[in-house]
Design a protein around this ligand. Structure first.
Ligand SMILES: Cc1ncc(COP(=O)(O)O)c(C=O)c1O
Length: 412
């Protein structure tokens, strides 16, 4: 197996990996829920609070100005990370859920009319379904869903048929948080642009794991979360293509977002500030920028290649359990990320998760905020192992040997 990352060095940055859980070395396979944090990110936040702290954008004093510079430099770093045109396109939010809600309220509510269509897929996370459901009740727009194929891909033929001039918004995950499927968002972007609509991409699972170039993808909006990419919780990003910045109305209004206010009117600041009313998560932004720096040093291509290697190894190993374990999602790693959902036949996924925990292995169980997808797969839940930069082949082997013990015990 080729090694694209210096895993031993990387692991030293994550002290939590030295912990023993239930007497066993921790095997953390739950990064799709939230990634671990390297020392560098925690230190950046600690330092900011201890010796650099001040509110931003509203002080003439030294600390406020230097905190403002750090905050705005972080915005630039994140803009470069996804190849945005400029930092004005980067809006800091609380996470993917918040970014998608902002889009639903700030963009959807503004552009959607009765009879318009919002196109989603049945593999969306609830955060990319519920805001649209509510906005559809407010606007009279209708939601339609694209189905998946037996391989766990979206049905691109159905998508072709369903996109028409009524389709104003396609809002779609870039990588399924259950199947791991990577969606060809560029293909969809071309199609929706032909009919004058826009594409919103939920990048919660893709941005942490592969190079993302928003211009190359030709998408219009991108939402992602800091905590899934080595950053802190409570910070996320909404990227809006610059031509669309004026089509969005800030869904949150208040201090820090306006140029002037009279008793009966106000004028907004330019983007991105008009979208960031209130005191933002300054330390979160600084932590996220440090996380981005950490990932850039490794190289996002290397992150992706490492995960491809581990995922194909895991899929091959799980293949040995044919008849005993059902694995969901595409079999080719060229169209899937390091997320592997499965079920041990005859066992409740929560029970399997509990048993794996007794081996020190952290996985997620349940419906992973994707109830419609689980309904489509006719399953009540699944076990999800998810991979990141600090995981090793040995850890995947520990997972499969634990599964071997579990399946053997079940047969007996
Ligand atoms: C595909 C996808 N979308 C959205 C979300 C929501 O992200 P957050 O909880 O950070 O807002 C998640 C989180 O698991 C996700 O996997």
């Amino acid at each position: 197996m080729m090694c694209f990352l210096n895993i031993n060095e990387i692991r030293k940055d994550f002290p939590i990996l030295e912990r023993k859980i239930r007497g066993k070395s921790l095997v953390y396979l739950d990064s799709a829920a939230s990634s671990l944090k390297p020392i560098q990110v925690v230190e950046a936040i600690r330092e900011f609070y201890l010796i650099e702290y001040s509110n931003i954008h509203r002080g003439v004093h030294y600390l406020s100005q230097s905190a403002t510079s750090r905050y705005e430099e972080s915005r630039e770093k994140i803009a470069k990370f996804i190849n945005a045109h400029s930092s004005e396109e980067i809006i800091f939010t609380y996470g993917t859920t918040d970014s998608l809600n902002m889009l639903a309220y700030g963009y959807g509510l503004r552009v959607l009319k009765p009879g318009d269509k919002i196109l989603l897929t049945i593999m969306e996370h609830h955060s990319n379904i519920l805001p649209w459901m509510y906005i559809s009740t407010l606007t009279g727009a209708k939601i339609d869903y694209i189905d998946i194929t037996d391989e766990g891909e979206i049905d691109y033929d159905e998508l072709d048929e369903k996109i028409n001039e009524k389709t104003k918004i396609v809002s779609i995950t870039h990588m399924s948080n259950v199947l791991g499927t990577i969606i060809d968002v560029k293909k969809i972007a071309k199609k929706i642009h032909e009919v004058g609509g826009v594409i919103i991409v939920d990048g919660a699972q893709s941005v942490p794991h592969m190079p993302i170039n928003v211009r190359e993808l030709e998408i219009d909006f991108l939402a992602f979360s800091g905590h899934k990419m080595l950053g802190p919780t409570g910070i996320g990003v909404l990227w809006i293509k610059r031509d669309l910045l004026d089509d969005m109305h800030p869904p949150r209004l208040g201090g820090g977002s306006i140029r002037d206010v009279t008793l009966d009117d106000f004028t907004f600041l330019d983007p991105p500030h008009r979208f960031e009313a209130g005191t933002p998560n300054i330390a979160g932004v600084i932590g996220l920028a440090r996380a981005v720096e950490y990932l850039e040093k490794i190289g996002m291509n290397n992150v992706r290649r490492h995960e491809e290697e581990l995922t194909s190894y895991a899929l091959k190993e799980l293949d040995r359990f044919k008849g005993q374990i059902d694995v969901y999602g595409p079999s080719s790693v060229s169209i899937r990320g390091g997320i592997i959902a499965f079920n041990v036949k005859g066992l409740d996924p929560n029970m399997v998760g509990g048993l794996l925990d007794s081996f020190g292995i952290a996985v997620r169980t349940g419906k992973h905020c994707a109830h419609p997808l689980h309904q489509r797969l006719s399953i009540d839940g699944s076990v999800r192992a998810s991979i990141y930069i600090y995981n090793t082949k040995e850890e995947i082997a520990l997972l499969t040997s634990a599964l071997e013990e579990i399946t053997n015990a079940t047969i007996r």
